[in-house]
Design a binder for this molecule. Sequence first.
Ligand SMILES: O=C(O)CCC(=O)c1ccccc1C(=O)O
Ligand SMILES: [Mg+2]
Length: 351
Amino acid sequence: MIISALHLYQYQIPLDKLLPVGSQRIDVRRGLVLKVEAIDETGQVLTEQVEIAPLSGLDIDGNPLHGFSKESLTQVSDKLESLLEQLVQKPIADLLDIADVESLPSLAFGLSLMHAKLKGQLNGHTISLNADRKIIPLLYRNSDESINALHQRVSDLPADVHAAKVKVAQTSLEEEVQLIHQILVIRPDLKLRLDANRGFDLEQAIDFAACLPLASIEYIEEPCQRASDNAAFYRAIGMPWALDESLNDPMFQFTMQPGLTALVVKPMLIGTLEKLQKLQAEAEHSGVRFILSSSLEASLGIEALARLSQIMTPDELPGLDTLTAFSYDLLVDSGKPRCQSWGDLTLIKSC
Ligand SMILES: O=C(O)CCC(=O)c1ccccc1C(=O)O
Ligand SMILES: [Mg+2]
């Protein structure tokens, strides 16, 4: 299959409600869409598109986001612009060759995903992003929101939802312990995935976890400021924990540790599908769950993650509820009132 044309676009989508990025908040999401046309052996033209959206940029206060993508959107966009010319009239295998040596994780992921899509490797998994999909709802409180509004959201969860993710280490220990107990009063059947985003020191993490019903907690993501304290946290309290931010370190090497129960994996921050598969094999070899999660992609990127998770982790539910906050969809309809189409995007380059 030969690449006949490439187009690079930028999108920008305001959010209906703020989305958390660790302890920071964003109110708009920007990213790139790469569209590739390729001609197969029978002369047929195939078109595929991927979203490439590093999780960087500015929060609502104008401060740079920290802890997630190290590359900026401009960096990715500039690099892609120069790659387009290099790829035109080349076999699609070149996408993989470039992805394999690409140092920017979001770009490596995008190129490798594009290759998989053109090869049809994501086909046959008809994903509905509409109402009936199973999700792990993301529960957090906006600063301007009453606690009752959050309670209402918990009451409104469909009966067949049995797990939810709750942001913690955001306000005070007392308030958050109370919140978790209240969630469980409303829905005692829920198993909670807590996410501390490294917001506690070891002592705070232990004090917090000691006040919670262990049996209702699936795990807590990144409980400690220093990831090296997580094993001590587990020894003290017996609460399983998961890694998220730690995986973004380019030097990260998987090693089994006491209490480590899951990797919460954001493909946009990791790199190629091959790198993801290698990490998955290492984790699962040690009995550690591998759970795909969004990096706040729009509907085009979320659809790809939903397909990937069906293929890679059919027994796990991915964390994709962040799409709820988007005011409209991007090229793929998830049931929002509006869906941006090609004409709504800014064309950066075509060749
Ligand atoms: O994992 C999920 O359910 C949703 C994704 C999510 O929480 C997230 C999204 C972007 C950046 C950080 C995080 C996080 O896990 O803290
Ligand atoms: Mg997390």
